[in-house]
Design a binder for this molecule. Structure first.
Ligand code: NDP
Length: 316
């Protein structure tokens, strides 16, 4: 029987990228892919989630749906981030199990790792210590996915696993100036600064270091994981350590992509968040050594071009 693959969070940044990658060649003969929106099913409701699984009858699930946001949105809403994400994750994995789904790949994030740790971070360190205070609600809810996966694997023999992407950016991102992540928020700000002839205001010092993955690269890796990765333990999906960049480097890439010639100011009264959270992709490299990432500047340019072309309809 051909697979029916349900992608929760199918309308988001990562979900749209998976859809584009699937439609441009990754789809196999007979496979049916279903990209889910919250409009079709609110996954924080067990009743709606059960109804969805009985209707769609997936055989495999990529679980992306989550309440997500940038540093400032997280800081103000930790309780909601915890409760909503716990409910979504519990409902999705329970319904997958109840309906005999044999493989689920869920999504954690590198920002859920212990705040005080050694670098580079690897997959064995997810539960080693408290996460950063700024996003404890989101982080603990994400960590519990790994706990659920272990339970379903140990007690029911399910192949429920998770991946840990670093910071993602690309077309269809949330470009909101308050709730957006750093790159989409910068792209939107730079668009406005260029249009209005005003300075580009960057929050924080620009010094923190981050690994950024282009959404289409992550999408290809998600499909590879679904088809090839057999462990319950998480797998980090990140660019190599030497491709970590500072926020100031990201600002420069955005400024260059726009050809912005105005003033750039760093507002150091705003929080920087974690200084770094360098993750090791050694495990991925051992399993899938041939994977090639899109160069950072090229990926930023593609994202900027997408935002400019889709300004009217982009999420902002
Ligand atoms: P987006 O905010 O772009 O998309 C979120 C998705 O979740 C949307 O499709 C949304 O549906 C769906 N969703 C939210 N709430 C519900 C709900 N109650 N019921 C059903 N669906 C819901 O997120 P991303 O694509 O950026 O993130 C995807 C995954 O990747 C998440 O698990 C996130 O934690 C993780 N991740 C993201 C990173 C990043 O940098 N963006 C970094 C690391 C991990 P709709 O739009 O229809 O409302």
């Amino acid at each position: 029987m051909a697979d029916v693959i349900l992608v929760t969070g199918g309308t988001g940044l990562v979900g749209k990228a998976i859809q584009e990658v699937v439609e441009s060649g990754e789809k196999r003969e007979g496979e049916q892919w279903h990209f889910l929106s919250s409009k079709e099913c609110d996954l924080s409701s067990l009743e709606e989630t059960r109804e969805l699984f009985q209707r769609i009858k997936p055989t495999k699930v990529i679980h992306l749906a989550a309440m997500v946001g940038g540093l400032f949105h997280n800081m103000a809403n930790n309780l909601a981030f915890f409760r909503v994400n716990m409910a979504i994750n519990d409902n999705v994995l329970l319904c997958a199990h109840e309906n005999g789904v044999d493989k689920v790949v869920s999504c954690l994030s590198t920002c859920i790792f212990p705040d005080k740790t050694t670098y580079p971070i690897d997959e064995t360190m997810v539960h080693d210590g408290p996460p950063h205070d700024s996003n404890f609600g989101y982080s603990y809810a994400k960590r519990m996915i790994d706990t659920l996966n272990r339970g379903y694997s140990n007690e029911h023999g399910r192949k429920y696993t998770s991946v840990i992407p670093c910071n993602v950016f690309g077309p269809h991102d949330n470009y909101n100036l308050q709730a957006g992540h750093v790159i989409p928020a910068l792209i939107h700000k730079c668009f406005v600064a260029k249009r209005d002839g005003t300075p580009l205001q960057v929050f924080g010092s620009g010094k923190p270091l981050r690994q950024f993955i282009y959404s289409h690269d992550l999408a290809r890796l998600f499909v590879w994981t679904l088809r090839n990765y057999e462990e319950t333990a998480p797998l980090i999906l990140s660019v190599d350590e030497e491709h970590e960049v500072s926020i100031a480097d990201a600002v420069d890439a955005v400024v260059e992509a726009f050809g912005f010639e105005g003033e750039v100011n760093y507002d150091t009264s705003k929080a920087d968040g974690q200084y770094k959270k360098t993750a090791s992709n050694d495990k991925l490299r051992r399993l899938h050594s041939s994977f090639e990432f899109t160069p950072f500047k090229e990926a930023v340019k593609r994202s900027v071009d997408w935002f400019v072309e889709n300004y009217e309809t982009a999420r902002k």
